[in-house]
Each structure stands twice: as C-alpha cells, then as structure tokens.
Write a protein that binds this ligand. Structure first.
Ligand SMILES: [Zn+2]
Length: 357
C-alpha cells in the first residue's frame, strides 16, 4: 500500500515537473514571485527576466500611459527620479539604470511590469546600496523615460525616431592596438584626440540639424572591427566616418606627407565616394595639407562590410617629421575635428537634396 502510494506520488511529481517546465518554456515572461526572497542571500545579482510580469493590458487599463513596449519600474517611498541614473552603453547594446536606496530583494517587493519588446535579458544587482538594472537589447535604442508619481516608465526608441540624422564616428585602433607608431607617438592617441574634439563640437552643435552622433570609443579601449562596423550597420547610420593617421609601409621617416580619404568603390550608389570627397575637400582646405586624393578602400574590413555610406580619413603621415609635429598639436587636431564636422554637415545636407530630387 505504501509502495503504491509512493508510485502515485512519484508519477504525480513527474507530471508536475513536466507541466511546470511546459509552462515556463511557453511563457518565459511569467511572473515567478514564488522564489523565496531569502534564496537571494549570498547571491550577487540575478536575472529579472523571469520576474517580468507581462500584464501590459492590466496596466494600460488602469493607467493613462500607453504600456506597449514599455517597462514600469516602481520606486519605493523616499526614492525619487533624482535618485535614478540612466546610461546608454550602446556599444554593448545595454541600457543601465542605477537607483540609489534600493536593496537586493527590490524586484521581489516591487515587480517589474510591462512588455519585453527588444529585451533579451534584464540583470539586477545591488552594489554598495545602489540597485543596478542592466537591460540587454537586441539593437541600439535610445531610452525614453516618463516619470508619473512613484512610477518610472521606460521605453526603447529607434534612434531615427529621436534624431533627424544618425552618424557613427570611429576613432581608429585603441587599447592594445596602437595602430601606426613613430618614436613616442602612437596613432590611436591622435585618432582619439581628434574624435574627442569632434564630440565637443557636436555636443554644442548649433546647426539645428538634430544629429545623433554615436562613437565607437571615447577612451583608450580595444574594439573589434566587427563591433565598429556593427554599430554603423545596426544603427542604419546616415554616415559612418573612421578617423586614422597614415604611415609609410616601412614605418621609416620619409618625405611622404598629406591627407587621403578611403571609400567603398563597390558602393554603386556613389554615396561613399561622395562622402569621402567632401571629407577630403574640407580637410585640405582647413589643414592646408597636401592632397593624396581619394583611395579605394575595399580591402579594408570596416569599409567593405559597411552597409551605410562610409569614409576613412587618413589625416596625415606619422612618418613625416613635420606633419607628425602638426598632428600632435591641439590646434591642428582641432582644425581636423572642425573640418570633419563640417564635412558631415555638408554630406547630410547633400543627402537631403539628393532625396528631394
Ligand atoms: Zn589606422
């Protein structure tokens, strides 16, 4: 009798296990609050994906806000929107939310509500009294937030809906990859200095053109070629500009000097060549450098695999003593940054004209 009961119990729990896994497989967004909060002690962070309650209909019926594709985060008493900091780490396709004054079991007490559109995972951790929510996304989005009472609404918007133009600027090399070098000078540093100056100009852009600029790096980090071109392609950018410094193939000091810009010959629309040509003209005029012309760049990976209009500017030669001294100066770097900024504005305006024809 006992044996039989055991058998029944065993098959019942087996059945339960099957049912449970079917439910969880079919409904990955099912609210799983049943996990005891004390199971969290000793863990450092957890995925919130299984805690995400997919009850958008309930929420939109009760509230004025449109919940489709939104997440609702409830802020505990004493925590206001001033305690919330949102960062878009677009190179990693993640958006991070730091909230002061929430603890490890936060998401068990205040379940996340909404739909999981574009989200591949949500990871939560509590570090030094600060709750950190990392949201992994399937592409690059701009976070849009609305604060309503104690609720923070978050949605992920296509950058083309936020900006009239989207541009990717790439400082060549970085981290362990120095690029070319000559004496103490390394290419990656000059590329970065120029791009950081471009960012300063774009940050106070007065053109009124509403341009969203995305940078592959703004510090000394190594970034793969796939990630650089991947940013431009994922964003479906209007323009993709990569900034480099040239060197002779031997790397020895030489009389060879001047500016060249590479483009994609295989781009039958001619957009890459046109963009490269505008970059070259602006650089030559502003820097007064020698023209090395437009150069076919189809063998260069980031040019060949770019699905958007691409140009790779080689500002000058490190292997030329005089040109290297200029490129190491703040003034020349600033001029190069301004020339490339103007080239981007001009290219975007030309694109509008072309589309209007
Ligand atoms: Zn380079």
């Amino acid at each position: 009798m006992l044996n039989r009961l055991m058998k029944i119990l065993t098959s019942f729990s087996l059945l339960l296990a099957v049912v449970t896994s079917v439910v969880f497989l079919g409904e990955p967004k099912l609210h799983a609050k049943s996990v005891a909060a004390d199971e969290l002690s000793g863990t450092s962070g957890y995925s919130v994906m299984s805690l995400l309650k997919d009850n958008s209909q309930v929420v939109s019926a009760n509230e004025s806000a449109e919940m489709l594709g939104q997440l609702r985060i409830e802020l505990p008493d004493g925590v206001s929107s001033d305690d919330v900091e949102i960062n878009n780490n677009y190179m990693g396709r993640t958006i991070s939310i730091a909230i002061d004054g929430i603890d490890q079991s936060y998401f068990y007490e205040y379940p996340l509500v909404g739909t999981a559109e574009h989200i591949s995972d949500i990871f939560y951790d509590c570090i030094g009294g600060k709750g950190m929510i990392d949201i992994s996304l399937d592409s690059v989005y701009e976070p849009k937030t609305v604060m309503d009472g104690k609720y923070l609404y978050l949605s992920f918007v296509d950058p083309h809906e936020v900006y009239d133009y989207v541009v990717v600027v790439d400082a060549g090399h970085g981290g362990k990859d120095n690029g070319a070098s000559h004496g103490d000078a390394v290419e990656k540093d000059i590329n970065l200095a120029i791009v950081n100056k471009m960012k300063e100009i774009f940050d106070k852009d007065t053109s009124g053109m509403n341009i969203g600029v995305y940078y592959t790096r703004l510090d000394d980090t190594k970034i793969s070629l796939d990630n650089r071109v991947g940013l431009a392609n994922d964003l479906d950018a209007d323009l993709f500009l990569s900034v480099h410094i040239n060197s002779t193939s031997s790397g020895r000091t030489s009389q060879i000097n001047g500016t060249e810009v590479m483009y994609l010959v295989a781009d039958e629309t001619g957009a890459s060549k046109q963009f490269a040509s505008i970059c070259l003209d602006n650089l030559l005029t502003t820097l007064g450098s020698n023209s090395k012309g437009l150069v076919a760049g189809d063998t260069i990976k980031i040019i060949r695999t770019s699905e958007v209009p691409v140009a790779l500017a080689e500002i000058g030669f490190m292997t030329n003593t005089e040109e290297l001294q200029k490129m190491l100066s703040e003034e020349y770097q600033q001029q190069a940054a301004e020339a490339l900024y103007n080239a981007i504005l001009q290219s975007l305006q030309d694109t509008v004209v072309m589309q209007g024809e």
